[in-house]
Ligand binder design. Sequence first.
Ligand code: SAH
Length: 228
Amino acid sequence: MKFSSGISEEAYAHLRKSMVSGQIEARRIKSRRVLDAMLEVPRHLFVPQELRNSSYDDTPLPIGYGQTISQPYIVALMTELLNLKSSDTILEVGTGSGYQSAVLAKIVETVYTIERVRELAESAQKIWNKLGYKNIISVIGNGYNGIEEYAPYDGIIVTAAAKNIPEPLLQQLKSNARLVIPVGEYYQKLWVITRTELGFDKRSSIPVRFVPLLDDESFDDGGVKTVF
Ligand code: SAH
């Protein structure tokens, strides 16, 4: 298959290997499934054409509409923190480029993902179609409230920073399932919240920097809609 101009697919595969060993294994991500998924998913196809040469760099990149694709290590860390099984159904809030959804889709059975910017959701869908992903279900809407319709989930990942932990997301977790979410305004931390028999166990991980999770009236498309 030929997708891109300039660098060959073989050269991108080589860059991907270096990314996984130099940025991800080097920072102690150990899950074989996570490492394999990151070795397989062609990150460069989720990045705007003019930034493709930087797609395997140790950094987030702009994807338009004021949004970003996360740094590879952060994608790997959040995926590992979800503690996934192959039979899982996962909800992602903040589809963005569609890269994180693709990494999840390599590991689990079903990924639901919700995005408020229609153009980003549509662009992600085109890339997944091209690559043959059949287990990603994309919804356009405000993900602050999760997606009640398909709940409960075996895990929820939020890839935008929330001011506080959205209660609806906690309620949409199965027992023993985890919510991985950056929380804070300027200074943010990654939190892992596990639903237990007794309530919720909250643990903080590393400091991070994400675009904000919006929960305002600027989304005016009539609520959650399945479009694809
Ligand atoms: N996971 C993405 C990173 C996305 S950046 C990737 O792999 O590329 C965060 C995304 O969250 C942005 O696209 C932004 O539009 C979206 N977002 C912010 N608030 C949201 C909300 N309330 N509901 C759904 N999506 C939201």
